[in-house]
Every structure is written in C-alpha cells, then in structure tokens.
Design a protein around this ligand. Structure first.
Ligand code: FES
Length: 90
C-alpha cells in the first residue's frame, strides 16, 4: 500500500495557497496581492534595512501601497523580524 504524499511546499502552492503558517514559512507567499510583493521581499527589507513601521515597508517594497488590506499582515512580519517589538501601522 502506498501512502499519499501530504507535504506542502512552496513548489506545490507557488505562494498562493494562504494555508502556510502566517509568518516566515513560505518565501513565495504573496503578502501584498495588489503589488504582488512576496514574503521573502518583505522579510528581507525588514531585516536588511532595519524597518520598524508599515510606512517604511511600503516605501522600501511598495507592499501596502494599494488597497491597504495587507497592512495588518505587514505589521505581523514587523512584530517578528523588526528590531522594534511594537510596530506602528502607519
Ligand atoms: S493587498 Fe497590499 S495594498 Fe492591497
């Protein structure tokens, strides 16, 4: 009897499944659907540039410059990866 593979990887979902744990588990995951900015881009900008606010992430990556629905999600990335532990929404 052969078991079905149940692993989930970026190759399977191409970052579009939205079923990966929210922060840091799927580099190809689209964080900002309006501007098509991926998790990898957002995390890299936060870490390498030491970003602390959603406004700074918007300026560096353009994520969040559309409908603004992703601002809460960007704040979640800031909470984990920013040098600051209390991200600002603007
Ligand atoms: S989803 Fe990011 S601005 Fe619309």
């Amino acid at each position: 009897m052969e078991l079905a593979q149940t692993t989930s990887s970026t190759a399977d979902c191409a970052g579009a499944c939205r079923s990966c744990p929210a922060v840091g588990s799927c580099p190809d995951r689209i964080v900002c659907r309006c501007l098509k900015v991926t998790e990898a881009v957002v995390i890299d900008a936060i870490v390498t540039l030491g970003l602390r606010t959603v406004k700074e992430v918007r300026k560096a990556t353009e994520a969040g410059d559309g409908c603004t629905c992703c601002h809460k999600e960007i704040a979640a990335y800031l909470a984990v990866y920013s040098p600051s532990s209390s991200p600002s929404m603007c």
